[in-house]
Design a protein around this ligand. Sequence first.
Ligand SMILES: Cc1cc2nc3c(=O)[nH]c(=O)nc-3n(C[C@H](O)[C@H](O)[C@H](O)COP(=O)(O)OP(=O)(O)OC[C@H]3O[C@@H](n4cnc5c(N)ncnc54)[C@H](O)[C@@H]3O)c2cc1C
Length: 400
Amino acid sequence: MIGWSEQHKAIFDMVRRFIDVEIAPKREEFEHGDTPPYDVLRKMMDTFGLREMAKSRFAAQIEKEKAGKSASESRQSADAAAMQMIPIIELSRHSPGMVTALGVSIGLTASAIMKKGTIAQKERWAPDLLTLDKVGAWAITEPGSGSDAFGGMRASARRDGDGYILNGNKTFITNGPYADTIVFICKLDNGAPMKDRPILTFVLERGTKGLTQSKPLRKMGMHSSPTGELFLDDVRVGREYLLGESEDRGSRAGAKSTFTAERTGVAAMALGIVEQCLQKSIEYAKTRVAFGKPIGDFQLIQLKIAKMQVARMNIQNLVFRVIELAGEGKTMDIAEASACKLYCAGAAVEVAMEAVQLFGGNGYMAEYQVEQLARDAKVLQIYGGTDEIQVSQIARSLLA
Ligand SMILES: Cc1cc2nc3c(=O)[nH]c(=O)nc-3n(C[C@H](O)[C@H](O)[C@H](O)COP(=O)(O)OP(=O)(O)OC[C@H]3O[C@@H](n4cnc5c(N)ncnc54)[C@H](O)[C@@H]3O)c2cc1C
């Protein structure tokens, strides 16, 4: 893929019009009020037929699986992958937080269930997540373990008759405060040394006895994406809540394929952020006058704009590669996905901070939006694996 088709451009326009009416005028409310993002996201999905599309794709996939074909046989075309990417890119121009909330629910949480669940589990939990009728959360991080998610993990499952007793605390969980369905990753308490304990993945439902979901945590940016803590105190679940209903299915490899999807997803978010910063910077450079001329006449301002354009082109090409691979039923391997995330996250932060600089004092003010995008962009270097973890992943694969 080397460019957007006319049809893609028409969809960009339609999504832009929706955002201009439904989201941009209420930015303050979503950013600084207590309005969770889910209703407007449902409306957006309805407007573009995405909920219906999700339902029919799910039905087709389950039918194939019931007929004995594997889930991976139902591949989407590059065009379908592009159609899914467009709302993410466009929404990221205004509210990367909403993309995070949406992506964790219909991406990470539903995908984990679709990858590892039994057919009955998929039918029970996935359709409502894929349509955002229910909000999903995917919980691996703990107060004592983030980058070293498995090494430091304390959350546990103890066998109890035909079920399990779950305990542990999770933190920084996107959608945690509002989630109806939670994918909870923990270690089987089988008496083995901690490092050797098998990883198990459970699905928890809101309101389960012993499960507490905190209020949203205060944070630097991504305010339209609620982030919270989960506390599990002797939560008893039956075996049907264990994904795959087998202790062999919750492997570290399963969580790693989720990391890959998360990392390539960052490219689309970074593209939206960079495009918005670039567009706003160009408009501002043409109209803001200093020393008797538009600031766009100064070479130091031109350098900022030129560098933003280089970043935009590079990120867009990575997005095209992700789309093209999806069309071939492939994804980047973990090292390439890490390189993609490392570059895109860093470029988004640099571009957004340069946009703040280009806007001068106005850049520091909320009214001009680039300060929001700078705060929002920063987390791209932290979640889904920090920059430092991406570096070690890339280097490990090259030096192996
Ligand atoms: C807004 C937000 C939303 C999030 N959403 C979710 C979610 O939905 N679900 C979920 O499970 N988690 C979520 N997270 C957690 C996120 O994935 C972790 O914060 C991240 O992986 C980093 O872990 P940590 O915070 O424990 O940092 P640490 O692992 O403690 O890292 C601290 C510092 O040490 C560095 N470091 C650590 N190990 C190494 C190493 N080997 N080499 C070099 N440097 C190293 C790190 O790069 C970092 O700079 C979210 C986080 C945020 C901020």
